[in-house]
Every structure is written in structure tokens, then in C-alpha cells.
Write a protein of this length. Structure first.
Length: 80
């Protein structure tokens, strides 16, 4: 079986559309996984907040933000 690092290398070589599709599938599986909250390597509160944000965006209740703004808000560091 391939390691996560080997799969990651292959994933990053894929075209952008394929990477997006796989990222969305991985996200959906993480949100739906009842065991994810007990995994010490996963931030269950972060997953909960991100899932809520997805719901709000699907309902068009909030505006999307770009990666720079996301990092600014989540790291407390202004990268501009």
C-alpha cells in the first residue's frame, strides 16, 4: 500500500480540476466521518466551523474569501 506521502506527490502532479475534485471528495468524507472528531491529529472544532461555513456559502448567506484572507483570519498574521 502506498504511503500518504506517495499519494500526496501523485496528487500534486494531477491537473487542477482533478485535484479540486479529489479535495472536495476528501473534505466530504472527513465531515461525514464520525471517527474524525476523536482523531488527535484532526481539529474537530475547525472541521465544525468549516462545515458551517460551507453550509452558509451553499445558502448564499456569506461572501467567499480568498486564501490570503483566510490565512490572515486564521493565523492572526496579516500577510499583506
Amino acid at each position: 500500500m502506498e504511503t500518504a506521502a506517495e499519494i500526496e506527490r501523485k496528487l500534486l502532479d494531477l491537473p487542477a480540476a482533478d485535484r479540486e475534485r479529489l479535495a472536495l471528495k476528501a473534505w466530504d468524507s472527513l465531515v461525514a466521518d464520525p471517527n474524525a472528531a476523536s482523531d488527535p491529529n484532526i481539529d474537530p472544532e475547525g472541521v465544525k466551523v468549516a462545515a458551517q461555513r460551507d453550509t452558509e456559502m451553499d445558502a448564499e448567506n456569506v461572501e467567499p474569501i480568498d486564501q490570503t484572507e483566510f490565512r490572515r483570519r486564521t493565523s492572526g498574521i496579516d500577510e499583506s
